[in-house]
Design a binder for this molecule. Structure first.
Ligand code: COI
Length: 353
């Protein structure tokens, strides 16, 4: 059954205020947003309305107890000016994985897709076309009970807004292997895209910034001997341009859609890809032997974030120059090519609107 969404268009577009040549990540929002509310056990009244503040109660349970989850997606334009989404249904499914872990209601995939596609269609002029840019889409769900008792909320909102963005990291980043703080441990919610997982990364990444690093690499909660993910991306390590390793999905890390895309593309290209536990000491040994030829983070916002140096216990290990990176350059060019419709692919990852 077709999903009917009430659309109230803005009377004053703000698109002329956006400098598409100089976009800063996450600061400018398109004209409209999607909203649907969960009340009386069902999702009701889907609507697209002008982007703007929403009214909430001070006792909103999402604020107090953190029942809040999100996704990150992107829309691109092809050469003919048509809008393309990248693996949108995978994001819808992952949001529901997060929802289950956080005791929140799942959103029907068709409702998610209807809200998303109609919103992007309406704000398609906001999709930037400069190399590396995209319209970032932020679907999110939060608990809306006006109640301070600790129990799963009864009411929720699901919303999507959009912002034109450039690449999240404009240049290769310097990361520090974190040994003090922990992001997730067995049985926690590391695999969920839950707001709290990002909240707890603020202090460690701020402390790392003060030491001159752009990001941290989380390690396991038991021993700090194995790497997990970075503050904003999954991680890949390339040994001698042949063997590609990424931490396995053990419940503590996010099942990144860009991560999965990279694994599939690399295997198809004939690379040996291993998803397994990766020891910090192994990484340091590869660095010392000059065998770590490439290392990068993957994520929707970052796509491929090359790692320029890894800091561990007071030493910085420099990695090869960005131009020499065979694997990360191949992945970036292929993924961005697929996302913008320049490279044809057989996976049905790119969805035209
Ligand atoms: C994304 O890549 O979409 C993310 O969610 C990372 C983010 C925190 C910017």
């Amino acid at each position: 059954m077709a999903i009917s969404i009430k659309i109230s268009k803005t009377t004053q577009s703000r698109i002329h205020l956006c400098d598409f040549e100089n976009i800063e990540f996450g600061k400018i929002f398109s004209d409209h947003m999607f909203r649907v509310d969960y009340t009386d056990g069902k999702w009701q009244n889907p609507e697209i309305i002008p982007y703007g503040p929403i009214s909430i109660a001070p006792s909103l349970s999402a604020i107090h107890y953190g029942q809040s989850i999100f996704e990150g997606m992107k829309a691109f334009k092809n050469d003919a000016g048509g809008a393309l989404l990248f693996r949108p249904r995978d994001n819808a499914r992952r949001l529901n994985v997060s929802a289950r872990r956080m005791g929140m209601p799942e959103i029907p995939e068709e409702l998610y897709m209807a809200g998303l596609t109609q919103l992007v269609q309406l704000d398609k002029d906001w999709i930037p076309t400069k190399e590396g840019s995209a319209l970032y889409l932020r679907p999110f769900m939060f608990a809306t009970d006006d109640f301070v008792g600790v129990r799963p909320s009864v009411n929720y909102s699901f919303m999507i807004f959009c912002c034109p963005v450039n690449s999240y990291y404009p240049k290769p980043i310097k990361v520090k292997i974190e040994e003090k703080y922990v992001r997730a441990s067995s049985g926690m919610a590391g695999f969920a895209k839950a707001a709290g997982n990002y909240g707890i990364s603020m202090l460690p990444s701020y402390e790392a910034k003060k030491e001159g690093y752009d990001q941290i690499i989380w390690t396991d909660g038991n021993s700090h001997e194995y790497v997990e993910e970075s503050g904003t991306t999954n991680l890949f390590f390339v040994v001698n341009d042949q063997l590609v390793l990424t931490p396995k999905l053990d419940g503590n890390i996010l099942a990144g859609i860009t991560r999965d895309t990279c694994i599939q593309l690399l295997k198809e290209k004939g690379y040996q890809v291993e998803e397994r536990k990766i020891g910090v000491q192994e990484i340091i040994d590869w660095c010392k032997a000059g065998e770590l030829t490439d290392c990068f983070g993957t994520g929707t916002a970052a796509i491929i974030a090359k790692i320029a140096a890894i800091g561990y216990q007071g030493n910085d290990y420099e990695l090869p120059e960005a131009e020499q990176r065979v694997v990360s350059n191949y992945l970036y060019n292929t993924i961005y090519g697929i996302q913008t419709g320049k490279i044809k692919e057989s996976h049905d990852w790119s969805m035209p609107l």
